[in-house]
Write a protein that binds this ligand. Structure first.
Ligand code: 2AM
Ligand code: MG
Ligand code: MG
Length: 280
């Protein structure tokens, strides 16, 4: 049977590639930086322009579909995941990297139906790597199949995470305490690309065994989470329960063994959910 969402997925790949081209060109210009929730929560005109570009192109082709876009939500749109076909868009994942020309920047487009991600597209636009996954059909980078690492010993592993965007000393202490516990397992190393989407593509590619973070949003993880699971990885909440896309918490790993080992070390606090109306 024909895949009902294949046309939408093809459209997402084209839109992500065009968006990535805009991002690459914008890197040549001066980048005017604005802030959102705090002095380290950055946004540029390129984030807003790229999100509009993607949404407009999708609306023309799929007029009944819904959207959750990072910059639209920042501008006051609602952030509720329904059963309707929904495009979940992070126009620039790694805006801080983009502002500093640190070379890991992605366009992330996830697509959910009945609250389940059907396909995910992450375009790492400076590396020119197009990561794609269709539910039940595997994950790919530039057309080549992806497979997570088969390393089951966490002591032989690299773990990816980020410090997050809060600079509240108590919140930073909690993140550092989890990081200290993970590092001292001990693991071979801890890394972070500065973008949740690329961190998850690194898990899918087998370069790191796991990625975990608290504080990310649905647009950071919708696409990447499917890329990890379709590459043979596992997803869970940082408390060991099932992944909830709106909970702002994720462990994405090559195996259940490694995911559960990380869960044991994490201080699983819960920031306000993405679908909580007064979270901003
Ligand atoms: N100051 C900051 N440092 C790191 N990540 C930040 C950040 N502000 C926001 N983020 C977001 O948090 C995610 C996980 O760290 C990143 O993918 C990034 O997505 P963004 O660039 O789309 O905002
Ligand atoms: Mg992001
Ligand atoms: Mg973003």
């Amino acid at each position: 049977m024909a895949d009902v969402w294949q046309t939408a997925m093809d459209h997402a790949v084209g839109a992500a590639r065009r968006a990535g081209q805009v991002v690459r060109e914008a890197l040549q210009d001066d980048r005017k930086v604005m802030t959102k929730s705090s002095s380290v929560d950055l946004v540029t005109q390129t984030d807003q322009k790229v999100e509009q570009l993607i949404i407009q192109s999708v609306k023309e082709k799929f007029p009944t579909h819904r959207f959750i876009g990072e910059e639209s939500v920042a501008a006051g749109e609602s952030c509720v995941l329904t059963d309707a076909p929904t495009w979940i868009i992070d126009p620039i994942d790694g805006t801080t990297n983009f502002v500093h020309a640190f070379p890991f920047v992605a366009v992330s487009i996830g697509f959910s139906v009945n609250k389940q991600v059907e396909f995910g597209v992450v375009f790492s636009c400076l590396e020119d790597k197009m990561f794609t996954a269709r539910r039940g059909k595997g994950a790919f980078c530039n057309g080549e199949p992806l497979q997570v690492s088969d390393q089951e010993d966490i002591k032989q592993s690299i773990i990816a995470t980020e410090f997050g965007s809060s600079r509240d000393p108590d919140a930073v202490d909690r993140i550092f305490s989890s990081l200290r516990n993970v590092l001292c397992i001990p693991v071979h190393g801890v890394r972070g690309a500065g973008t949740a989407a690329i961190n998850m593509c690194l898990v899918a590619s087998g370069c790191v065994e796991a990625y975990y973070e608290i504080g990310i949003h649905v647009w950071d993880i919708a696409a990447g989470s499917l890329i990890v699971s379709e590459a043979g990885g596992v997803l869970m909440d940082v408390d060991g329960g099932p992944l909830d896309l709106m909970s702002r918490r994720i462990v994405a790993a090559n195996s259940r063994t490694i995911a559960e080992r990380i869960v044991r070390e994490i201080d699983a606090f819960g920031p306000p959910r993405d679908d909580e109306p007064l979270r901003r």
